[in-house]
Design a protein around this ligand. Sequence first.
Ligand code: GAL
Length: 381
Amino acid sequence: MAMIKQFLIFASVVTLFTSCSQQDNGIRLLDKSDFETEIDGKHNTLYTISNENGMTVQITNYGARLVSVWVPAADGVFRDVIWGYPDIDSYLNAKDKYSGPIVGRYGNRIGKGQFSIDGTKYQLVVNENGNQLHGGPRGFSTQVWDGRQFTDAEGNQAVEMSYFSKDGEEGYPGNLTVKVVYSVTKDNGLKIGYEAVADAATIINLTSHVYYNLHGTTAKSTDSHVLTIDADYFTPTDAQLIPTGEFESVEGTPMDFRNGAAIGNGMDRFDYEPIKFGNGYDHNWVLNKKSAYGKAGEVYEASTGICMEIFTDQPGLQFYAGQGMDGKEVGKRGEVHNKRSGIALETQNFPDAPNHDNFPNAVLRPGEKYTHNTVYKFSIR
Ligand code: GAL
């Protein structure tokens, strides 16, 4: 009897300890069963990868999409620093299709949805003011990718997402085979590696369109985030956000993030035309490091102590401050997606590059391989 009693006390201490430690780190993962479904005849599920520090990332097949990114804050409690929804139905019905996915075949805008390669003109399917945005209405963010969880060569937990985009899809020429690998590194990096090959000349610009909020809740505005972008120039646009082809200096403008600035400082500078056109920040910065792999910038939120550094081999960074949200959509933990409560920091080629000879090349030819490597690295300050 005494032994049974002792065992029961031991068992309840163990249970108490485990549930306390679960509560202590604050992580509340989304449930795989809420993502298990068939979409367009393809299986959709939820993958969870983590590292030894507890940083945990969840990804679903629909749009090869990041749905949770849990990182430690200064108080020792983890925060989910991306916005999104609690289940697949909410993602399928969301007004903004760009919460967390890979966008392509061409991320951001192509003016009039038109471009030429070697003198042949192509017309893409348009989906915004007669232009194409993020690969069209049935772009990569709306497709169900094939997923595979594995351990990479460095011993990191990883998920590979692959997609076959048919010749003519959304108006793009050539069959394109795309692979994106997400991994969680030992130093709290969310690594995203992209690869693609085509069987005919095409254009490509893949990026990850995630809304970050380093408060860990969309109840708090990202206006207080201090953003640094290592860029002396940005690419100004017309009123429809199509680049004019110029490079404009950030010097003395609200676009100057070289020494770090709170996002809220410049968001309402409607006297400055680019801010008026974007209704806030929604622009591409020309990274000083060009296409070499290096640091593009960082974001820091003092109240949680979370810092997110961005490393990439891409020449541009699109910074969009979530001003298009109306607070009507309810996301994870019942939090609404308020205006200015999530920022997208998309490493990429420049918007509309296929139509500007002075922008980096966006054409992928048979026999070549498109590659893109980006790391969002989290730390505490
Ligand atoms: C951004 C783009 C914004 C908006 C957003 C998706 O990349 O620059 O203008 O379209 O995606 O809502």
